[in-house]
Write a protein that binds this ligand. Structure first.
Ligand SMILES: [Zn+2]
Length: 423
């Protein structure tokens, strides 16, 4: 997004020549610029002309509404702090600051992030909290040095699955947005240690195991009324829950279990008036349960997707190709879209681990979370995904035989499995 910046000349209406001189004299022989709390409405043109040696720029809590279009000529800048101004956009030339490591543009009025940020190979911290940003562009998901991404307090409706390209990400802060679901590809980030997504509109969490087992904070998403079992497995350590790993205050307010029955709605969108429904990821089209009668086979489309996925390999450049003899060009685009996003979950039966795309067989068990999770005595529904009814049956039978600690813990709970009704 381009930005109509201003020339530095505007400052002369605000500051006289002497004041500009004094400002510049502070930094002419320094590598750090400290102009916080100066009530500056714009930057002097002379700053860009004479002070391109600056490495750190602190301009917090001024009155800046625009930045010069040629801001990028500060090519030595490593730290850029613009928190607490009135910025409505950032100049595209910011992509020319190739040394930039830390960019803090929090508490402004930004509606978008410039795509040119993707050209900053050293950027490791991007703070854009409390703006009016509606979209985190997929184009920025190539920033492999980025370890901290703070986007809380914006109007984000979704995050791109391409976020898995941020392979250096350690902390993701997306509290106070409008997110309805999280990208499943977050689970693939190798060194992610913390996700904070409190106060959004989430109705479910990714049902795939997170490689890096991050700490997960999702308080005050009142639409969440169950946990995927893959997450439950990660949150337990031994016989106890690890309270540090997850915070859930404000969730599970309306249990999906009513009279020992779980109601699952596959119609979209889910009516907000009935929060007793358990909301599966929207990619799931059909659900069966081995508890409800005779075993059913997955639909042909689902079997196709699983077969193709088994031959799928991702290239170094992020695109994927199929190695089991199927011509990708002949696939309908509807299948390609599903394959591009990847499985919703993997079959829980040990040794199967079949990817699940649009069809699943599920078992719902209720678990008791400990008081340390603010949930004393509360039963939380947990969904176990299976590739087919026979895998689900096999799992419930095998759990009786398995002797490891986890299955011992689970054994008692499987008996309180609920009946399931689709609505
Ligand atoms: Zn299976």
């Amino acid at each position: 997004m381009s930005c109509d910046g201003v020339s530095g000349g505007a400052l002369k209406e605000e500051l006289n020549e002497q004041q500009v001189k004094e400002l510049l004299s502070e930094v002419r022989h320094q590598t750090s610029l400290h102009w916080n709390f100066r009530r500056l409405k714009s930057l002097p043109r002379e700053l860009l002309e004479e002070c391109s040696h600056i490495e750190q720029m602190y301009l917090k809590c001024n009155l800046l509404m625009n930045l010069p279009n040629n801001l990028g000529c500060l090519s030595h800048l490593t730290y850029c702090h613009l928190n607490g101004n009135n910025l409505q956009c950032l100049p595209d030339s910011i992509g020319e600051m190739v040394s930039l490591q830390v960019l803090d543009v929090g508490n402004n009025k930004l509606k978008a992030l410039p795509l040119t940020l993707s050209k900053l190979p050293s950027l490791r911290s991007l703070v854009a909290v409390y703006n009016q940003i509606t979209c985190f562009p997929a184009e920025l998901c190539c920033l492999q040095s980025l370890s901290l991404l703070m986007l809380s307090g914006n109007s984000l409706l979704h995050l791109p699955e391409a976020i898995s390209g941020l392979t250096g990400l350690q902390g993701l802060y997306i509290d106070h947005n409008l997110l309805r679901e999280l990208p499943r590809s977050l689970a693939a980030l190798p060194i992610l240690t913390r996700i904070s997504c409190c106060c959004n509109h989430l109705t479910h969490l990714p049902a795939v195991a997170f490689i890096s087992r991050p700490k997960f904070f999702f308080d005050n998403n009142s639409g969440i009324n169950y946990l995927p079992f893959s997450l439950v497995r990660q949150l337990r350590s031994g016989e106890t829950w690890n309270p540090v790993v997850m915070q859930t205050s404000g969730c599970f307010q309306d249990s999906a279990v009513v009279n020992n029955t779980v109601y699952i709605s596959l119609s979209r969108p889910v009516k907000s008036g009935n929060s007793h429904w358990l909301v599966l990821p929207p990619q799931i089209n059909t659900v069966t349960t081995s508890l409800s009668g005779s075993a059913k086979l997955p639909p042909l489309k689902e079997i196709c997707l699983r077969s193709i996925w088994s031959g799928k390999q991702r290239s170094r450049n992020g695109t994927w190709h199929i190695t089991n003899g199927i011509n990708v060009g002949l696939l309908p685009s509807s299948l390609c879209v599903i394959l591009e996003i990847g499985p919703v979950a993997y079959c829980e039966t040990p040794g199967c681990e079949m990817p699940i795309f649009t069809h699943t067989s599920i078992i719902v068990v209720t678990i008791s979370l400990s008081a340390k999770l603010y949930m004393e005595g509360s039963l939380v529904p947990t969904v176990m995904y299976f590739c087919c009814d026979s895998c689900a049956k096999q799992y419930t039978q095998s759990i009786q035989k398995m002797v490891d600690e986890f299955s011992l813990w689970l054994r008692g709970r499987l008996e309180c499995a609920c009946s399931i009704e689709l609505v």
